[in-house]
Structure formats: C-alpha cells, structure tokens
Ligand binder design. Structure first.
Ligand code: TMP
Length: 217
C-alpha cells in the first residue's frame, strides 16, 4: 500500500568508496520530486554547518595521526547534529530523506575496517541517533579495485584529492574488509538492508531500489 504523502520516509545508501551512492541518490531524488514528494538529500559526515567542518577534519589526509577512537567520535558528533538539526525535523514534516552513508558506515568502517568493538559502536551509534534507523538501507556492492578507481577519478575531477583522500589512501586489504563487512552486517539486518550489485546501470539500480521501498509502491 502506498504511504500517505505526509509520512516521512528515511532511506540511506551505503557501500565502499566509489560504489555510485551519490549518483543513485540524485536519480532517486529527481524521480520522487517529479512524483510530487519533498526530498532532502544529505551526506554523512556533513549535512550541517558543524558536520561539514567535522567532515573536513576527519577526511583531511594531513590528520593521519587521528586515533581510531577520535575518528569514531567525530563521525558520531556529526551524526548527532544532522539527526537533531535536519533528519528528525524533515521526517516530521513528512519529507523523504535520502542520506549518503549513516550509522551502518560506522559499524563497517570503524568496526570491520579499524577493528573497534562492534557492540560499543552500536551503543555509540544509539547515542547519536536515538533509535532513528532508516526505513530502508541499500548497500551498493562492488569490487573494491573498480570502486576505488572511480573514487580516485571523482576526487581528482572535483579537486578533492588533497582534502578528502584519507580513506582512498588506505590499502586494498582495508577496502576488502569493508566490502565483506557490509555483506556481513547486511546479513544480520535483512529486514532493513538490501544489497544491490553496483555494477548494474544507474537506471537499473534505481528501479531495484524503488521496488524495495514499499512506502513508494
Ligand atoms: P564519502 O562521503 O566520500 O563516502 O566519504 C566519507 C568517508 O568516511 C568514507 O571513506 C567512509 C568514511 N566513514 C567512516 O569511516 N565512518 C562513518 O561513520 C562514515 C559516515 C563515513
């Protein structure tokens, strides 16, 4: 059954760097806007003035001495702010929120990637989000070697290679752990998380995504 237009819907996209999340969000936003929905597009970390400043700090390659715990708390601080300032109010107004990364990224990058304790990450995530999990999460799954080529090309085109390269600079075993981590985490959360093959065309992926958001049926 279609959700009434005044019901907020929260959808997140996850996956390794360069898997095509922002393209998917752009496609989906345009389609939903054409169908008359108010859509808020966000990215994490970021989406608020404070969050964008924290993003600049946490992704700056010159901060390569950040401890894993400090890195974690910066992501959670940015998340607490975007939830309070943007996501909750938008959902209350009945809008569709499409977010590029969210709390699942912390479980996978800081947990499976950096090796921090997953249970502690769950608790910290809950401090930041207060139980506000997405209605649907899509993991765009892709071979990390291909995805990284895309991410590096995009960063170079946008002139971001100097400022946002901290994760792209990680070695292949890290990115392989991220891919496997997303698959494992998705397998633990099958009601909410759907894994899509990011090698499909952007149009194909969008239709798969739509078919898996029952609020838009
Ligand atoms: P992106 O916006 O280009 O995907 O970059 C964000 C980077 O930050 C990406 O490499 C994943 C990483 N990240 C974490 O490590 N933990 C988190 O909680 C989030 C949101 C992102």
């Amino acid at each position: 059954m279609a959700a009434p237009a005044n019901t907020g819907v929260f959808v997140t996209f996850e996956g390794g760097d360069g898997a095509g999340k922002s393209t998917q969000i752009r496609f989906l936003a345009r389609l939903l806007e054409d169908a008359g929905r108010e859509v808020v597009r966000l990215r994490e970390p970021g989406g608020t003035a404070v969050g964008e400043e924290l993003r600049a700090v946490v992704l700056d390659p010159k901060n390569d001495n950040l401890s894993d715990e400090a890195e974690l708390l910066i992501y959670e601080a940015a998340r607490a702010q975007i939830v309070a300032e943007v996501i909750r109010p938008a959902l209350k107004r009945g809008e569709v929120v499409l977010c590029d990364r969210y709390a699942d990224s912390t479980v996978v990058y800081q947990g499976y990637g950096r090796g921090l304790d997953i249970e502690k990450l769950r608790s910290l995530n809950d401090v930041a989000i207060g139980g506000l999990w997405p209605d649907r999460t899509f993991v765009l799954d892709m071979d990390p070697a291909d995805a990284l080529k895309r991410a590096r090309r995009r960063n170079a085109e946008l002139g971001l290679s100097e400022k946002e390269g901290r994760f792209e600079a990680e070695q292949m075993p890290f990115h392989t752990r991220i891919r496997e981590g997303f698959k494992l985490w998705a397998a633990h959360n099958t009601k909410r998380i759907v894994v899509l093959d990011a090698a499909d065309s952007p149009e194909g992926l969008m239709h798969q995504a739509l078919a898996n958001i029952d609020m838009f049926e």
